[in-house]
Ligand binder design. Structure first.
Ligand code: ATP
Length: 229
């Protein structure tokens, strides 16, 4: 589903590569924790999957397509098939839960009847049943992140990218958020989650890809956050 083939990324005016010679193959339906210190290249890895950045060397393939060869006009179509969740939720403050999730479908022209049917289903899936009419400021941080996940997933993307999704949430609530991501993964969506949250990584034992100075230093199935000796 996602293949990094000897990928090096050097940003303009930087001499140190953000990623160097990265080879990672992520298959459909996998769940990956991407870990590593600040500045190790995790966000760059995610941005390359979205074609927000281009590799300096090497190739990134997503769903069988070499992104170096994907025309610019096809990039919006690629991004529509990839849901994104961020540390800071990024909800629309003047829209309620239903409207925030519905908006993701309205902008891609889905019919009203379809929206009315699928939004409540996804709101329930993320554990917000009965809260569809709440405004973001009436929700806890964990609940706001659930809305953001619902919005990212409502279009049934093939891939969900999550950049520090539990970064602003207390540990107990983070477990609930992680369970929602796990549930989404079980529907067949490939999930790549960049995180510093050792407790979560250790509790869920998924595949762990660790970056250090832009290099993959560990790729371990059912891994833990720190190196297990
Ligand atoms: N747009 C940019 N222009 C120049 N350098 C950048 C840019 N984005 C990232 N970098 C550099 O690339 C390296 C990797 O950064 P990246 O944001 O991918 O790391 P990260 O692992 O996601 O860090 P964090 O955990 O702090 O989010 C860092 O040295 C960073 O300074």
């Amino acid at each position: 589903m996602i293949h990094f083939d000897n990928v090096t990324k050097v940003y303009k005016n930087q001499n140190r590569p953000a990623l160097q010679h990265v080879n990672v193959a992520i298959e459909k339906g996998e769940f990956i924790f991407l870990v590593g210190p600040s500045g190790s290249g995790k966000s760059t890895f995610l941005r390359l999957i979205l074609k927000e950045e281009r590799p300096t060397q090497g190739h990134v393939h997503v769903a069988g397509k070499d992104l170096n060869r994907l025309s610019n006009w096809k990039v919006p179509h690629l991004r529509r098939r990839i849901g994104c969740v961020f540390q800071d939720f990024r909800l629309l403050p003047n829209k309620n839960v239903f409207e925030n999730v519905a908006f993701a479908l309205e902008v891609i022209g889905k019919p009203r009847r379809f929206i009315q049917k699928v939004v409540p289903e996804v709101v329930d899936l993320v554990g917000l049943e009965g809260k569809a009419h709440r405004m973001p400021h009436e929700l806890s941080g964990g609940e706001q992140q659930r809305v953001a996940i619902a919005r990212a997933f409502v279009n049934r993307p093939m891939i969900l990218l999550a950049d520090e999704p539990t970064g602003n949430i207390d540990p107990a609530t983070s477990i609930g958020i992680m369970k929602v991501l796990d549930r989404i993964n079980r529907t067949g969506t490939t999930v790549v989650m960049a995180t510093h949250d050792a407790a979560i990584v250790d509790a869920f034992r998924k595949r762990v890809v660790e970056l250090e100075d832009g290099r993959v230093v560990r790729d371990q199935s059912r891994g833990v956050y720190g190196q297990a000796y």
